[in-house]
Design a binder for this molecule. Structure first.
Ligand code: UDP
Ligand code: MG
Length: 192
């Protein structure tokens, strides 16, 4: 199995690149944000709970997110590997992921972090908000809080995998194809 964490602040292009990587490597894409939005759309109890955090730009509690992620991984026994997009967002989530993948004897191969500065992120998310209809994309205070939460709670995950010599940074500003090729080079190097 090839397990890749696609990392980076909100609006850094994780979803765009994940779709291309899935195509090239035949992996299963798991975006916890997309999973929450699906639950919200169906007004499930999980969705209603998640919405109360997401609309403020806060993180959904670890226990909820980890449980949902575990279910999704277990639902794909045939997978050649996974692209985790927007997960893990905290150290406890990273530890839970490592435990889950240890059971499958297939650890995280690499964490690839897209680097985009705050001003560019805010502009991109506002633009996306016009078509995404996401409440969390259409309120500047919420966008700023997501960036704040990313820096405080999520960037330690980069260091966590760096201690395992798995973290890599990539410039996330530029052409989609150029960024994609850089990601592929890193994945090929990490899995050869
Ligand atoms: N979220 C969360 N945990 C996750 C994924 C998403 O708490 O594992 C929440 C969080 O409030 C975040 C929002 O869902 O701000 C949107 O996440 P998504 O990954 O879709 O947005 P992105 O960061 O890619 O813009
Ligand atoms: Mg996303």
């Amino acid at each position: 199995m090839i397990n890749i964490i696609l990392f980076g602040p909100p609006g850094s292009g994780k979803g765009t690149q994940a779709a291309k990587l899935v195509d090239r490597y035949q992996l299963v894409h798991i975006s916890t944000g997309d999973l929450f939005r699906y639950e919200i759309g169906n007004k499930t109890p999980l969705g209603l709970e998640a919405k109360s955090y997401i609309d403020k730009g806060e993180l959904v509690p670890d226990s909820v997110t980890i449980g949902m992620l575990n279910n999704k991984v277990e639902a794909h026994p045939e997978a050649k590997g996974f692209i985790f997009d927007g997960f893990p967002r905290t150290i406890p989530q990273a530890q839970a992921l490592d435990t889950l993948l240890e059971e499958k004897d297939s650890p995280v191969a690499a964490l690839l972090a897209l680097q985009v500065d705050d001003a560019e992120i805010v502009e991109r998310i506002k633009l996306r908000g016009k078509s995404s209809g996401r409440p969390d994309d259409n309120d500047e205070a919420t966008i700023r809080n997501r960036i704040f939460v990313y820096k405080n709670e999520t960037t330690p995950v980069f260091d966590y995998y760096n201690e395992q010599h798995k973290s890599h940074s990539i410039n996330g500003v530029g052409g989609v194809e150029d960024i994609f090729e850089r990601l592929c080079e890193l994945i090929d190097a990490a899995t050869k």
